[in-house]
Write a protein that binds this ligand. Sequence first.
Ligand SMILES: Nc1nc2c(ncn2[C@@H]2O[C@H](COP(=O)(O)OP(=O)(O)OP(=O)(O)O)[C@@H](O)[C@H]2O)c(=O)[nH]1
Ligand SMILES: [Mg+2]
Length: 387
Amino acid sequence: MKFVDQVRVEMKAGDGGNGAVAFRREKYVDKGGPSGGDGGKGGSIYLHADSQLTTLLDYRFNQHQRAQNGGHGLGSDCNGKDGEDLHLKVPVGTLVLDDETGEQLADLSEAEQTFVVCKGGQGGLGNINFATSTRQTPRFAQDGKPGEKKTITLELKLLADVGLIGFPNAGKSTLISRISRARPKVADYPFTTLVPNLGVVQYKDRLSFVVADIPGLVEGASDGVGLGHQFLRHVERCRVLVHLVDLSAVTEGRVPLADFDVINEELEKYSPTLASKPQIVVANKVDLPHAREALAGFQKSLARRKLTALPLSGATGEGLGPVLDAVAKVVFAQKSAPAPRLKSRAKVKPQLIAEPAVAAKRAMGSKRKPSSSKARRPAAKARGARP
Ligand SMILES: Nc1nc2c(ncn2[C@@H]2O[C@H](COP(=O)(O)OP(=O)(O)OP(=O)(O)O)[C@@H](O)[C@H]2O)c(=O)[nH]1
Ligand SMILES: [Mg+2]
């Protein structure tokens, strides 16, 4: 399936129906008066975040979306029918941007979140509404209002906790397929991964986090080299980046520290915020002899910058524990504490708010108890809600 993560869509809500100009004409009813009904409301366009969807592919070939117009008002006091609303589904993590201004209109980051993109136009009033004592035959009615029209850009940003970054062939897909059930293609040529993949990692104590494997970056990605920066938006929301450095590349004359710097420069060019995200540096492929030899040197050069590199072999699983622990430490430290949930309404102790008059009487020492059932009701409510 094609991965579509950005699409421009023209949206038009339904226009409101026009109000009608009509007069009652009946046998024996002379000058029956105005009877033009109102126009119906135009349909609105809603976007719903759906956890079942993973891409914006549906919109690639449906770039014009229209909701139904409202029906026009009719004679005999008949109102026009409201236009049907249009409900569109988008994947969770979709940003809704105004195409012209680039302004963010909505961020649908939670399942079932809803956003009204375009409101339907109001229906016009029929002439029946304009009859007064001095104007008994209004020969005019109101036109319906046009529905909102917008061109928007839908942009998908995957919701992953951890983003895997590094050069092509660094072993990102190998790592995600080892720690999760994601099975992206693994091969020894660059740009094997062309679209981001997500995997859920089951960590200890039933804790889990989502990892995104994104296509490799190369020097000049900001100028469109390789696949460019286009997929970096998918790690913008991550809590932590795992930066894989391929130590075996020393056999090709590459220097691990230089590789590390190139990727960081590309991150910086894309977004300084992304570059300042917590990073766990992983020295990968240590199962290979050349890589193992290069490890100490790489770690030393990072230590000079007060950074550490965790050795790993995505292929054999060596060093996986400490890497996952380091990731989990950042992910779960940052994950906000679970929102306090009310187990039952009983926990909320309602306070009896006395009406000002009652409060004043009480203050004056009035001993008369409220006798009416109305006055007793709040107290009864409070009792009912007690645990
Ligand atoms: N020896 C060894 N080989 C590895 C290790 N990890 C990955 N490889 C090999 O390195 C090559 C590239 O691995 P991938 O996982 O496809 O690399 P990637 O970072 O996803 O590459 P792109 O998708 O092209 O960006 C494959 O031939 C893997 O078998 C490792 O830990 N040790
Ligand atoms: Mg890959």
